[in-house]
Design a protein around this ligand. Structure first.
Ligand code: IPE
Ligand code: IPE
Ligand code: MG
Length: 223
């Protein structure tokens, strides 16, 4: 990710409430691969130059991703993320849920600055789709009736939808025609599907110290 995006993420993660600042800072300082903002910036670069809009949107998608991780770790009762133990306040479910909500909404002022309804529609639809993915996963947990198509549907909602949105937002920021935006979105959707499939396999084959997060963590353990 461009270094220009980093101050955007860290300044948007500071709140007047300690728990939010602690969780937000912890997640951003631990880094992560920053795949989604990178995808957005590369997509914008492929078309031309998305300028400040692309940088702002790169921070927006990383913040949305971060919010989903906070909620996901509540659901999975995970204690380690990005190779570090989560701060004590994350052990409290209520605190983490509310901090995750706050991080979600903190992403949107950045998007509003673009005054672009197409971008907002993508981001709002995407956020709902991702939450639906996690809800469906909970519903299907432990069911022997889950088919391959059900699984692919989950991966689509949980992960590929965000990858696709990143590429499309980068393309829009750089002024791509609709057809190009849609093709880039399709490419990134496939990348997201492959990424989650590999992540799920690693859940069985990797070690926690290498992966930086718990292995064989079954979503819904919190229930
Ligand atoms: C974790 O995503 C959630 C999945 C979609 C598997 P990443 O593996 O991109 O997480 P970070 O941002 O690098 O920690
Ligand atoms: C991560 O899902 C959350 C989303 C993709 C919304 P997973 O539970 O599959 O990923 P990790 O293993 O916790 O990163
Ligand atoms: Mg998880």
């Amino acid at each position: 990710m461009s270094s220009a995006g980093r101050p955007q993420i860290s300044s948007r993660s500071v709140a007047s409430v300690n728990a939010i600042t602690t969780i937000g800072r912890y997640l951003h300082q631990s880094g992560g691969k920053r795949l989604r903002p990178t995808l957005l910036l590369l997509s914008s670069k492929l078309i031309g130059d998305g300028g400040q809009a692309a940088i702002r949107l790169a921070a927006v998608v990383e913040m949305i991703h971060t919010a989903t991780l906070v909620h996901d770790d509540v659901i999975d009762v995970a204690q380690i993320r990005r190779g570090r133990r989560l701060p004590t306040c994350c052990g409290e479910t209520n605190t983490s849920v509310l901090a995750g909500d706050w991080l979600y909404m903190q992403a949107f002022p950045g998007a509003l600055e673009e005054r672009n309804f197409r971008m907002l529609r993508i981001l709002i639809g995407l956020t709902q789709t991702m939450v639906e993915g996690e809800l469906l996963q909970l519903e299907r947990l432990g069911s022997m009736k889950v088919t391959e198509a059900d699984y692919m549907d989950l991966v689509d909602r949980k992960t590929a939808s965000l990858f696709s949105a990143c590429a499309r937002l980068g393309a829009i920021a750089a002024g791509a025609p609709d057809e190009t935006e849609s093709r880039l979105g399709e490419y990134a959707w496939n990348l997201g599907m492959a990424f989650q499939l590999v992540d799920d396999v690693l859940d069985f084959t990797a070690h926690e110290t290498v992966l930086g997060k718990p292995v064989a963590a079954i979503s819904g353990k919190a229930r």
